[in-house]
Design a protein. Sequence first.
Length: 359
Amino acid sequence: MTWQDVARRAPDIGRIAAIYAGATVAGWVAVRLNVPLPWMIGAILFSIATSLAVSRVRVPAVTRPIGQVVIAASVGLAFTPTALAALGDMLWLMVGAAVATIALGLMVAWVLVRLGGVDAITASLASVPMGPVESANLARQYGVDAGPVVFSQTIRILALVLLVPPVLIALEPAVTDPTAALRDTPWSWSGALLLILCALVGVSVIRALRLSNPFFLGAVGGSAVAAALSLPITAVPYPVLAAAQVLLGVWLGAVFDRDFFRQAGRFVPAAMLATVLMIALCLGLGMALLLVSDVSWGTMVLATAPGSVTEMALTAKVLQEGVAIVTAYHVTRIFIILPTAPLLIRGVDRVTQWFGAMR
């Protein structure tokens, strides 16, 4: 790289540095206010405010996978031999919850078709929890606008992150310091480096298999295998975990765009209503599963939340309960939804053609 290249890129580097500096300050303020997941929530709110009030936030795409790998690796620590043995008896519940979530997503999609003025494929991709990136790729394959799909998937994740952790932790009187469980986790440099190395090996395996979401599934899988084998891994230093939350928070907030809001018309309020409905239905699903499960209600709420596995698992770590259960429910759903999503959308497409539904 020449000095001319550095000079040309200097404004972008300065802008990106300012964004992350502002997000870090917002995270620090959230810490002072005793907000759960403060670095992520503070960064999200800063990124949204900047996108809507100043200009759209643009950050390097690599920041998302870096944040995912660090957080997923930390989550994988919960998969000890004892935890894995306990999860075996819950597999049928996990599969049932995943199938039920797909059905609930299709119900919400019908509401979104009616209220949002979009076609059935767009509504289905927007409503079934499968992540912004994966749903956007399918939208392009089927020739529908990816903007509403990404917005709906992201607004649901944001709602979950901004609502669920604060409510659950507020209802848990034993948690007086929301960051204590993450901040006080024992770690060593050698154990942290080994953890990240195992996570990266897992990422490489998932990418080689061409599976979706490799930076979460691979990282959590690699660290989970290491934990199950009792390898000498430890958590990463808390500042590293906090930085990963800032990276993910800024990326999530950066999805918002003033131009989209101006052009979307009635879709935005319809998507927000659909988000609330989906969260409520999944909350009901979690409460129903308590009838056949002996886990705590907080763990089940996190386990059946419609998406946001990284943040829900982190919340379980804050509550110091059910981290492996929450993660296993979400991972099971991911492995069921993502491979079957193309088949599901083809089915929706055929049904809408047969019955002449809105397209």
